[in-house]
Design a protein around this ligand. Structure first.
Ligand code: NCD
Ligand code: ZN
Length: 348
């Protein structure tokens, strides 16, 4: 029998996950904890994580939801609102309660109603973050409803990010889940210590045609929305070159099926059960496996000035069937690519 192809890399981190709370948290956290050593936890709960007290309690709920022996570390973030104070952020950052703060412009995505209306309203906060080298995580879409949904990221870069960078050139920024050629080119122009970007598996694997294949596919609806093929290719090109500006952030975002299949279906793709396997599939297709470890396990910690993990994971070229659904009591969540088979699995 021929040996199966395997690849061993330093254990990766996921620099953008939504694990929710309560019953959903209890069911989904194991998928992130199985692949990743650390994960940046998004603070956009219905009651957002806006201060240290809420963050510490949420972190405990996350750790208590992990039922197997695990060394997984949730890295907490602070949701910026018009009422955030520099004192709270500074205290949280120095005490290592927060590793970063998250900017949602108001009404730009799930649970962003408490976000920022106008970026200039928080100049004092951004100044403080620049001074203490606290990273700013950005959902980069212009929330002006007159802007076409497919242009919201590129307009954000022009109208909001570029002026912000001019004002705070030493602020450490991650442009999250980028989806366009414009974002790739913009990020590449800057020093990777001050501007980097995460890329999701779904934006690497799919484009907007896939959302409408055989009929509308609500489980592929996410924000920023899937873009056209030329943008997908630019993202694939960016990761295949091994550029240090780009790293892993799955944006796994579980929603109950009843909220996806709804006349106001929610944005978000739950990819945690397969995210790492999707990434390796893409890197193999691109003939770029030599850059896989840097994307998964090195570029992220280097940006955050955190140690690189010492554990490893081994992936093996063996079919892996993605589960059809996970049950949450009588309700369910449908994972990304549910029921499909990938060619890579995790060695246990
Ligand atoms: C995320 C969610 O559901 O919380 N949804 C998504 O489509 N990505 C929020 C976000 O990251 O925009
Ligand atoms: Zn997200």
């Amino acid at each position: 029998m021929t040996e199966l192809k395997t690849i061993t890399i330093i254990k990766p981190d996921d620099w953008h996950v939504h694990v929710r709370d309560g019953k959903i948290l209890e069911k989904v956290i194991k998928y992130t904890a199985q692949f990743y050593k650390r994960a940046i936890i998004m603070p956009n709960l219905e009651d957002p994580i806006t201060n240290c007290v809420k963050s510490l309690a949420y972190r405990n709920r996350i750790l208590n939801s992990i039922k197997f022996n695990s060394t997984f570390q949730p890295l907490m973030t602070c949701y910026l609102t018009p009422f955030t104070t520099s004192k709270e952020l500074e205290y949280g950052f120095y005490k290592k309660i927060f590793v970063a703060a998250k900017l949602y412009l108001k009404s730009s995505t799930t649970n962003s109603e408490n976000g920022i209306k106008n970026i200039n309203d928080i100049n004092h906060i951004l100044q403080c973050m620049e001074d203490i080298s606290m990273p700013l995580l950005i959902h980069g879409e212009d929330n002006d409803k007159n802007i076409d949904i497919y242009d919201r990221e590129s307009e954000f870069i022009k109208n909001i990010l570029e002026p912000l960078r001019k004002k705070f050139s030493k602020l450490k920024i991650i442009l999250e889940h980028i989806t366009t050629k414009d974002a790739v080119e913009y990020v590449k122009k800057h020093d990777e210590q001050y501007l980097s970007a995460t890329i999701t598996p779904h934006h690497l694997m799919l484009n907007r045609n896939d959302m409408f294949l055989k009929g509308i596919q609500p489980h592929l609806y996410c924000l920023p929305i899937l873009k056209k093929r030329t943008h997908q290719q630019a993202l694939r090109q960016a990761v295949s070159n091994g550029d240090k500006h780009f790293f892993l952030g799955s944006d796994t975002a579980p929603h109950l099926n009843k909220n996806k299949i709804h006349c106001f279906g929610r944005p978000g793709i739950f990819n945690a059960p397969s995210s790492l396997l999707c990434y390796i599939t893409v890197f193999e297709e691109l003939n770029a496996l030599k850059h896989f470890q840097a994307f998964c396990s090195e570029n992220g910690p280097n940006f955050y000035n955190m140690p690189i993990n010492t554990e490893t994971v081994t992936l093996v070229k063996k079919p892996f069937k993605i589960l059809n659904k996970i049950n949450i009591g009588k309700k369910k969540i449908i994972p990304f690519l549910s029921g499909k088979t990938l060619h890579w699995s995790m060695k246990t």
